[in-house]
Design a protein. Structure first.
Length: 226
């Protein structure tokens, strides 16, 4: 019950956002950002991690704000999210950000995040990980070596190859993405109300998910038995 309501609430919120943000959601053509993709800004690793999650890579250094507006960059993420959301495994597990891993972050980023941390929700605090410049060893604490590209200390396909493969995948999905962009979501305020009782179920579901995540983290932290 709770899981169904949570997914429904997420869908309602997403549809409302699409209606309110047509400047972003109204154009999902990969060709409109082909040069940015060709520059290796974004890719998705071919394998899922040990928990079944997709691993998305964003190389911010490949984004020149003089050439690409923030809205266009955000569209890249939206295109990827739409394609991944259609995958069978994703539909079974749901869409959720399990972690945000930063490498080679600027020196000033840590103190800035330290000042913001008291104001962040606990979920966000637990999911943001900073690896600095010495990231090869620390990344393998979260991801299997077989998944990570050699540039990140792994044995998987190279990062350039992964970015190119995902770019090709997005370009092949051009027609589908254009159909999604043109789909009318309608007035999401009608027939999509969440009652007080349902909201309580959502809160209970979120608590259950939090407990499950904590249990998963404890299991990952335990050393393997001999």
């Amino acid at each position: 019950m709770g899981t169904t309501i949570t997914k429904r609430l997420l869908l309602v919120n997403y549809e409302r956002w699409r209606v309110e943000s047509p400047e972003i959601s109204g154009c999902l053509s990969p060709r409109s950002v082909a040069a940015l993709l060709a520059n290796g800004y974004h890719g998705v690793l071919p394998m899922r991690d040990h928990s079944g999650c997709r691993v998305l890579v964003y190389r911010i250094c490949r984004w020149n704000p003089k050439d690409w507006r923030a809205i266009q960059v955000f569209r890249v993420s939206l295109m990827t999210s739409e394609i991944i959301a259609m995958e069978t495994v994703t539909q079974q597990r749901g869409v959720k950000v399990k972690g945000i891993h930063l490498i080679n972050e600027p020196i000033l980023f840590r103190p800035v995040l330290g000042m913001l941390r008291p104001f962040l929700p606990d979920k966000i605090k637990q999911r943001v990980h900073m690896h600095g410049s010495d990231y090869h060893d620390s990344l393998t604490d979260f991801f299997p070596v077989s998944l990570l590209p050699p540039e990140y200390g792994g044995e998987g396909p190279g990062l350039e190859e992964a970015c190119q493969e995902w770019t090709n995948h997005l370009l092949r999905s051009e027609q589908l993405l254009e159909q999604i962009a043109g789909h009318r979501t309608g007035d999401v305020t009608i027939g999509n109300q969440i009652t007080v009782e349902e909201e309580e179920d959502v809160e209970e579901e979120e608590e259950e998910e939090k407990e499950e995540e904590e249990e998963e983290e404890e299991e990952e932290a335990e050393p393997p038995s001999p």
